[in-house]
Structures are given as structure tokens and as C-alpha cells.
Design a binder for this molecule. Structure first.
Ligand SMILES: [Mg+2]
Length: 303
């Protein structure tokens, strides 16, 4: 699909109306902007195009890898920064910010030096997570210590990842190119079995997050921390920034808690007490990209 890129991806570009607050959207991918089963996002294209036309950056925030998100972003009308692996790293094109965010560095090539899909533009990053080799080593120790049958992506071949995720082989290969987070399954595990896992992760200064399909062992980074940083970077250019966050799983709640407009995308799961915890929470009527599309149009019409 041929799509136009967002015209105002440069954070320093002046908004059309300087009195209007600058709108900034943070969105989860799987089950939110992407259909949970097919990974399609065409249902959200009208709202994505409206964001592009209005100069509203859409920041993709996912447990997916940099390689996966870069390929996706390239197929969408987007060039805003993105946040990979549950807040493990923030990536952006060099031209996005006139002044480089503190601590940012040129992004090193991905593990097997895939050609970058960022159109030849220099990709920069701010690393926030713990490096993957340390995370994998910790998962192996925890598995041995607790005698649990947990299996991480590092234990799996492309075929198995493809079968578990529904991704094709090329997609599964990108999903395996991890930098900050190890997704794992816990076959037959009961909720009470998770407590020792959380403790063992905590003892190593790590944590376990729950996504739509997998658990994730990762550093103390989360999506919300990445969102705070990117919001601050845009505030430096635009003053008042109004944030929207969309997600469908517990690893999105740190974003929903911070957002001016938090949106829970409907899924098969319910989260008792979430509406009490996040008073402004809106819940979409339909799941996936169609729910995303109507929620974003509603907010664009109000803002
Ligand atoms: Mg999700």
C-alpha cells in the first residue's frame, strides 16, 4: 500500500494555530492499532490519514522489536518516533528534533544488519532497557531455580514463534531480533505460580509484564516512562501538549494512567476496577483498528 508520510513529523514545525494545544498520540500495536489475529490495520487508515493531515504525531509503543516496528511504520503514513520492547528503547529519525534529546545516540545496526527501512535517514535512539543477553541469562537462571517449564523466544526457532504468534516466517524473524525484552510462555501455569516468578525477577532488578499473548521479562522500563520522555521532548517545542494513549493490555496501563485521553480498546478480556483507577478512561465499542479509528476521530473532533 502506498501511503503519504506525515507532513509535520518534524517536532519543531509550528502548528497551524499556535493557540491550540499540540496533540500527541501514543498507541499500542497488537490488538489495538493492529487486528489481534490478522495484524491488519486498514480499518484505522482514515484516522491515521486525519492525524497526518493535522500534523498529529502517532507514536507506536509496543512489545514488538525495533525491526518489526520500523517495517510497520514504514508501511503507514507515519514517521514519528517509536518505542520498542515495552519501553526498552525510543527510536527517532534525526530530523525529528532540532536539538538531540539528552542521552540519545545513533542507533546501532540491528542484530543481523537488516537494511534499515527508515528511507536512508539516520535513525537515532535513547536506550532505556537492560540488554537482551542479560535478560536471557536471567530467564535461564529463574527457570532452573523455580523448576518451571517456561519457554522464551531465545529457546524457540522461527517456526515455533511463527506458530505461536500467527506471524509468517519473515515476521517471526523480525520478532526474534530482540534487544531489551524476552517474551515467554508458561504452559499450564496458574496465576498463583506467577508470584514466585515476579519475586525472582524483582531480586534481579527485573520485572515481568503481561502482554496480549506472552509474558515478558524485562528491565524496570515500561511504556509509560518512554511516553513521559517523548512528551517532554515535544513540550520543548510546543509548550502545552495534550496526550492520547490507546491500548488493550495490562502493559499499556502505564500509558493510559498518564494520558489526558486514555482509551482502552475492547478485547476479550475485562479489567475490573480499571475504570475506577483511571477516571477519564474511554472504552471502545469494537476491538482493534476499527475501535482505534472511531476513538481517534472522536478525540480529533473534540481537541
Ligand atoms: Mg496489545
Amino acid at each position: 500500500m502506498k501511503v503519504k508520510k506525515d507532513a509535520f513529523s518534524d517536532a519543531s514545525a509550528a502548528p497551524d494555530d499556535s493557540r491550540a494545544p499540540f496533540l500527541l498520540i501514543f498507541t499500542d500495536l497488537d490488538g489495538t492499532l493492529l487486528d489481534r489475529e490478522t495484524y491488519g490495520w486498514e480499518g484505522a487508515l482514515p484516522a491515521l490519514e486525519a492525524c497526518r493531515a493535522r500534523g498529529v504525531p502517532v507514536v507506536l509503543v509496543s512489545s514488538k522489536t525495533r525491526a518489526e516496528i520500523e517495517e510497520l511504520r514504514d508501511s503507514m503514513p507515519l514517521s514519528a518516533p517509536f518505542i520498542s520492547e515495552n519501553g526498552g528503547g525510543i527510536f527517532f529519525l534525526r530530523h525529528t528534533f532540532v536539538h538531540l534529546p539528552p542521552g540519545s545516540v545513533p542507533a546501532p545496526p540491528t542484530v543481523d544488519a537488516m537494511p534499515s527501512s527508515s528511507g536512508g535517514e539516520e535513525l537515532w535512539m535513547l536506550p532505556l532497557g537492560i540488554s537482551y543477553c542479560l535478560i536471557v541469562k536471567a530467564l535461564q537462571e529463574i527457570r532452573q531455580e523455580l523448576g518451571l517449564k517456561i519457554r522464551g523466544f531465545s529457546d524457540m526457532g522461527i517456526e515455533e514463534i511463527s506458530r505461536l504468534t500467527g506471524l509468517d516466517r519473515a515476521g517471526a524473524r523480525l520478532a526474534k531480533m530482540r534487544e531489551y525484552d524476552e517474551p515467554f510462555i508458561f504452559p499450564g501455569g496458574e496465576p498463583e505460580d506467577l508470584a514466585p516468578l515476579h519475586d525472582a525477577a524483582g531480586e534481579r532488578d527485573l520485572q515481568i509484564a503481561s502482554g496480549g499473548r506472552f509474558y515478558h521479562l524485562q528491565g524496570k522500563n515500561d511504556k509509560g516512562t518512554g511516553m513521559d520522555l517523548v512528551t517532554d521532548w515535544y513540550k520543548g517545542y510546543h509548550g502545552r501538549v495534550v496526550t492520547v494513549a490507546l491500548g488493550d493490555s495490562p502493559n499499556d496501563f502505564s500509558m493510559l494512567e498518564r494520558a489526558d485521553f486514555p482509551v482502552l480498546i475492547r478485547s476479550g478480556r475485562t479489567f475490573p476496577g480499571l475504570k475506577q483507577r483511571i477516571h477519564r478512561l474511554r472504552i471502545t465499542d469494537v476491538p482493534g483498528p476499527e475501535g482505534w479509528n472511531s476513538a481517534v476521530f472522536n478525540i480529533l473532533n473534540m481537541a
